[in-house]
Design a protein around this ligand. Structure first.
Ligand code: MLT
Ligand code: MN
Length: 309
């Protein structure tokens, strides 16, 4: 199985359009230690020919142009993109669907909760229902992903709920401190081959690592994990925002209850941060924070990164 990172940044990308934080400035100045990154998404293939997108970022058009594996290979209309799996309804994970208009067949998968969000918004009807099938995936039920002609992609996913939050733009303050979030709002994917053997986990958004998640991830061959913020109050101390990571549904990389600590004893072979916010110092190749995560055995995903499992 091949994994191509299409985008490694969090919502807004790196540099984010309105951000003048030193991190963002360095990226704009073409500093070689501050490589820009588009919004988070990966492409996965079992045969190197047919690809499944995990999330569809608003940068998808650029991502297709940057990755020839996703470009038309034959006929006048063609796409290697056979399916899209959504892990939540955040703007950075669904807005790219609008790039996939124009009567091109593919299979769209998401929890019923996320599919309902799409159905409630008629702009997503640009995905012509005659060509794009929408399939509900259920928590803790493995599903063999299909190509639009009904054949198997060779990729099996088991979706499971992780701590998280309803999409920012769907928050309902009248529903209490969790804004009406339900389990199906934030899922992780256990990605398996056609024999059902786990190849990797995809978890671009996660608010905490409870014991059942640690148990599940222990000894995994590869995990892509939420790297949104270095510290919970990062946006506040950087003076670019008022929200903590916890408020946004993201655990932080550092700290006692952070990701480095939570993963320390899990014996995961390869650990890669993805969905990284424009303020996070781990984006910089020369930062002390990057050295700390490298020492702890972590990598930072970059656009174009390819991993074979
Ligand atoms: C998130 O990951 O918290 C969201 O993508 C934030 C946003 O929608 O900007
Ligand atoms: Mn996001």
């Amino acid at each position: 199985m091949k994994i191509r990172v299409l985008g490694a940044a969090a919502g807004g990308g790196y540099p984010q359009w309105n951000c003048n934080h030193p991190n963002s400035r360095r990226a704009r100045q073409h500093d070689s230690a501050a490589q820009p990154r588009t919004q988070s998404s990966i492409a996965v293939s079992a045969d190197n020919e047919h690809w499944v997108l995990f999330n569809a970022s608003p940068d998808l058009r650029q991502q297709i142009n940057d990755n020839d594996i996703l470009q038309p290979q034959k006929d006048l209309r063609h796409s290697p993109i056979q399916a899209v799996v959504l892990t939540n309804a955040d703007v950075d994970h669904i807005a790219g669907l609008l790039n996939l208009r124009e009567s091109q067949p593919f299979c769209l998968y998401g929890t019923q909760r996320v599919l309902d969000v799409l159905s409630a918004n008629p702009v997503f009807n640009v995905l012509n229902p005659q060509f794009v099938t929408r399939g509900a995936i259920r928590l803790d039920e493995p599903v063999a992903l299909k190509r639009p002609d009904g054949t198997a992609t060779g990729i099996v996913i088991e979706p499971f709920a992780v701590p998280g939050k309803v999409a920012l733009w769907l928050e309902d303050a009248s529903k209490g401190p969790n804004f009406g979030s339900v389990q199906e709002d934030t899922i992780a994917l256990d990605v398996r081959d056609s024999h059902g053997v786990t190849q990797f986990f995809y978890i671009p958004g996660c608010a905490a690592v409870p014991p059942e998640l640690s148990e599940r991830l222990s000894n995994a061959p590869l995990v892509f994990f939420d790297g949104t913020l270095w510290r919970d109050d990062e946006m506040i101390i950087s003076k670019v925002g008022v929200k903590t990571g916890k408020r946004m549904g993201h655990m932080s990389v550092s700290g006692e209850d952070g990701t480095l600590a939570a993963f320390e004893a899990l014996a995961i072979k390869r650990k890669v941060f993805i969905h990284i916010n424009t303020t996070n110092p781990i984006l910089l190749d020369d930062s002390p924070e990057r050295a700390i995560i490298a020492e702890a055995g972590w990598e930072v995903a970059w656009d174009g990164m390819e991993v074979s499992v």
